[in-house]
Design a protein around this ligand. Structure first.
Ligand SMILES: O=C[C@H](O)[C@H](O)[C@H](O)COP(=O)(O)O
Length: 229
């Protein structure tokens, strides 16, 4: 099976966790898109829930499927958020997210969620964060060069993400994303705090201590991981 088929397997299993009356956080990315698709089917079958999307792209997909949307003005808490990740650390379920540019809204929704269930194919599992992917950091466009230099003082190499036309990628929040190459990250919590303390940084793609579960599919089947397991 392909990575995409594994992503779909994990996504559809996670979508079954949604119960009547829930407020659901809808993630962003190719795996999360399978979750939204499955929830669109469950909505048509009569499941009653409302959702908060983590990107304009997810909002459009959800609206197209008739999924009722809500906001944090209506609901202080989210019962269950289901989202993808770029790296999942075995044991801690600490994450790197943001390769799709949605880290800020994803982190805001995750921070107000009772459960954050990550869905992925097994290539996302790592022993240490930073082994396979860059670390996205969302920054204000003004003075991004100065912000990048401050990040590089922490040991990373920061470069602004560009789109296919070569222009700077601009997030849903109107900010830039710096893709940062760090050596393998040994203390994700410390690095997250250090990056967040830099003036000009809006948020980083380090999700530390936020995921409660991960549903990971691969050649050895589907595993439902929890913190510590
Ligand atoms: O900004 C994008 C999100 O963090 C995604 O959840 C993450 O990049 C994983 O995306 P995918 O499921 O497409 O691998």
């Amino acid at each position: 099976m392909s990575a995409s088929e594994y992503k779909r397997q994990a996504a559809e299993l996670a979508a079954e966790m949604v119960e009547d009356g829930m407020v659901v956080g809808l993630g962003t990315g190719s795996t999360a898109a399978f979750v939204v698709e499955a929830l669109g089917r469950r909505h048509k079958e009569g499941l009653r829930f409302v959702a908060i999307p983590t990107s304009v792209a997810t909002e459009k997909q959800a609206l197209g499927l008739g999924i009722p949307l809500t906001t944090f003005g209506e609901h202080a808490r989210v019962n269950l958020t289901i989202d993808g990740a770029d790296e999942i650390q075995r044991g801690t379920l600490n994450l790197i997210k943001g390769l799709g540019g949605a880290l800020l809204r994803e982190k805001i929704v995750a921070a107000s969620s009772d459960r954050l269930v990550i869905v992925a194919d097994d290539t996302k599992l790592v022993d240490h964060l930073g082994m396979k992917t860059l670390l996205p950091v969302e920054v204000t466009s003004f003075g991004w060069e100065a912000t990048a230099r401050q990040i590089e003082r922490l040991g990373g190499q920061a470069s602004p993400r560009r789109n296919r036309e070569g222009a700077f990628f601009v997030s849903d929040g109107g900010n830039l994303i710096l893709d940062c190459r760090f050596p393998v990250i040994s203390d994700a919590g410390r690095l997250e705090q250090d990056i967040r303390s830099i003036v000009g940084v809006v948020e980083s793609g380090l999700f530390v201590g936020m995921a409660t579960d991960a549903i990971v599919a691969g050649g050895e089947g589907i595993a439902h991981l929890t913190v510590g397991a």
